[in-house]
Design a protein around this ligand. Structure first.
Ligand code: 2P0
Length: 325
């Protein structure tokens, strides 16, 4: 029997080669693999407390009690953990995010990685890192990657056992500057947007063909220590992902005017010699991959030239970890 309570901390990750589209919604198996950088900012801390007297799970996110779909996603995830652990107790889940929830800053990635680790601890499930990544994947696909620090590749796999993330060694010295244009909740969740894209966009089959090549090229660039090549693939891959959404019915347009302003600014800064490449997820905010040696200059240029933006200056972050009581 476990102690019945555990707290875990996990960090968000930003994909350099994106995950966009599932081939199995229930198992959260992606159409293609992806590559990400776990950040050292914006952590999620989650505590799971078993409550044998409770009839239902309770979920508190940033001080507010969750209801509806967010509550259901956590309760369904806990059902999976309970089934594996052979336990039945309900739990109190308390989560604190240090980045705005739902703003395309991957709070579901850090959230489900922290929840997987804390729930496994509280229910006494012994999991190695690969199994933890597979479990986190069931909560949110990108969470499979936040189990690991630094660069992580999520292998698409073909079934539950073969679809997991693992770390990718690098000495590239990667930094990231997140340009927070808005902390508002997005109108269309990434889950809904990706389903709609797979179902209706005529560009999706081209994405599904190209993305494995982008992933192979990105991994080759990492192995070769070629930051410029990795950056070029990163920016291209993000634009390709958004192109698939523009072709969906109805279209999914996550960008704001500010998104394009920052994208053009990053391209201009690159022409001036800065090692910087933009990527965008399911929201208007722009994340700029950079070398650590150019990070301060990049942040300064963005602060000077983007009105009203908040900047998060990040580097490679750590793996998810349990906090010892
Ligand atoms: C990624 N995104 O690779 C991509 C790029 C957003 C854009 O993974 O449905 O919250 O829970 O598996 O992981 C966001 O999607 O989706 C995401 P689900 P998730 O980071």
């Amino acid at each position: 029997m476990s102690a019945g309570t555990a707290t875990a901390v996990a960090h968000p990750n930003i994909a350099l080669v994106k995950y966009w589209g599932k081939r199995d919604e229930d198992l959260v198996l992606p159409v293609t693999g992806s590559l990400s950088l776990t950040l050292d900012t914006g952590a999620t801390r989650t505590t799971v407390d078993l409550d044998p007297a409770a009839a239902q799970d309770t979920v508190e996110l940033d001080g507010a009690t969750s209801t509806g779909v967010p509550h259901e996603r956590v309760a369904t995830f806990l059902d999976l953990v309970r089934e594996r652990a052979g336990r039945t107790e309900r739990a109190r889940v308390t989560t604190v995010n240090t980045v705005p929830t739902g703003a395309g800053l991957a709070s579901s990635a850090s959230g489900f990685a922290a929840l997987a680790l804390a729930a496994a601890g509280a229910y006494g499930l012994e999991l190695d890192e690969r199994d933890l990544s597979r479990l986190a994947r069931r909560g949110s696909g990108s969470a499979s990657r936040s189990v690991f620090g630094g660069l992580a590749v999520w292998h698409a796999g073909h079934d539950d056992a073969s679809s997991f993330a693992e770390p990718v060694a690098t000495d590239l010295g990667l930094g990231m500057v997140v340009v927070v244009l808005t902390g508002e909740q997005k109108a269309v969740s990434s889950r809904v947007a990706m389903r709609r894209t797979v179902d209706t966009s005529p560009f999706y089959p081209a994405w599904a063909r190209q993305n494995p090549q982008d992933l192979a090229d990105a991994l080759a660039a990492v192995r070769a220590g070629d930051l410029a090549r990795l950056g070029e693939i990163t920016e291209n891959n993000a634009l390709r992902m958004h192109a698939t959404m523009l072709g969906a019915v109805p279209p999914v347009v996550y960008w704001s005017a500010g998104t394009l302003t920052v994208l053009h600014l990053v391209q201009a800064l690159r022409r001036d010699g800065l090692e910087a490449w933009a990527t965008m997820d399911a929201g208007p905010n722009v994340k700029v991959l950079c070398s650590l040696r150019h990070r301060a200059a990049l942040a300064q240029a963005l602060a000077d030239q983007v009105d009203g933006a908040r900047l998060l200056v990040a580097g490679a972050g750590p793996a998810a970890r349990l906090e010892t009581p």
